[in-house]
Design a protein around this ligand. Structure first.
Ligand code: ATP
Ligand code: MG
Length: 286
């Protein structure tokens, strides 16, 4: 067993009643995200081929897959930063393609993104970072912007004095929280998180998971979270989408573990998968 495998997260508290299955109402029971027939290709490399992917409103969807299988590209495609070769992408009942510029901006303001590399502006304080989307998407006066940013800082579990620090003056865990606060700036319906707990120690990662669970419940958020962190998958995700062979296979962890696929068996049934499952069981029993 490697040192990595022996590091166990402290048990996280899963709410006894589970999560609500629906967040903010969407018109006529529409899916929060519906991707159909998506193909992404870079030169001769086909990353996604005729892929379907959907997320229900209020759901926390995990997104996993080996490195380079196209998790980040899928997120970037859904939020309109990558133009696919083919496919239809509906978010919150709207297809971005064909919308007017103002409508695109309105739709963009309904999701928040925490990118894989954090991507805070290094020369801006935490407060100023959170103000960026507010400046870009609203005409709110400066004082109100600052007040909203301060609320998001508190919501993300950062101490008030973090507001005036630069990203370089924060710990890794605090930077993740600052990124989350910025993603929440516009009161989004959907949160996209690309490896939010990567690089955090087990306690910091577990705290981030708990924060995400409580925020998603309190705000009725739909969450799509790319992660390699098995503990996070067990603790926070309702279902998991796996990128396999250029497409998505979706299910609960239980369903995915039972599938006859070598990658899934290795992933969920390997030493780290078993440790995460055992830790989750202990939490549920305790
Ligand atoms: N703009 C681009 N131009 C060319 N190739 C790209 C581009 N973006 C991504 N790729 C390629 O697409 C593939 C999928 O990349 P992606 O970043 O989505 O992987 P990932 O699943 O997020 O991996 P990781 O777990 O390492 O973050 C990779 O082979 C990558 O090199
Ligand atoms: Mg990635």
């Amino acid at each position: 067993m490697t040192a990595d495998e022996t590091v166990q997260r402290p048990p996280a508290e899963r709410p006894p009643t589970g999560r609500p299955t629906a967040g903010r109402p969407l018109t006529n029971g529409a899916l929060a995200i519906q991707v159909t027939g998506l193909t992404n290709q870079f030169g001769r490399q086909v990353v996604h081929e005729n892929l379907d992917f959907s997320v229900r409103p209020g759901e926390i969807m995990g997104l996993v897959g080996g490195s380079g299988t196209g998790k980040s590209v899928l997120l970037r495609t859904i939020i309109g930063l990558n133009r696919p070769k083919t496919g239809r992408i509906m978010v919150l009942g709207q297809e971005m393609r064909g919308l007017e510029r103002r409508e695109v901006r309105d739709l963009q303001s309904r999701w928040g993104v925490l990118f894989q590399d954090g991507a805070l502006f290094s020369s801006l304080t935490v407060l100023q970072n959170i103000e960026v989307p507010l400046k870009r998407q609203t005409k709110l006066p400066a004082q109100l912007r600052r007040e909203i940013a301060a609320v998001k800082i508190a919501l993300s579990g950062l101490p008030p004095d973090a507001a005036h620090k630069l990203p370089s003056q924060l710990s890794g865990g605090m930077r993740k929280r600052a990124g989350l606060a910025r993603a929440l700036a516009l009161d989004p319906d959907i949160l996209f998180l690309d490896e939010p707990t990567a690089g955090l120690d087990p306690i910091g990662a577990s705290q981030f998971d708990q924060l995400l669970l409580s925020l998603s419940r309190a705000l009725g958020l739909t969450v799509v979270m790319v992660t390699h962190d098995l503990d996070s998958l067990y603790t926070v995700c309702d279902r998991v989408s796996v990128l396999l062979d250029k497409r998505v296979t979706v299910g609960t962890i239980e369903e995915l573990s039972a599938m006859d696929n070598a990658w899934l068996k290795d992933y969920f049934g390997g030493p780290r998968g078993r440790a995460a499952a055992a830790s989750q069981e202990r939490t549920e029993q305790g």
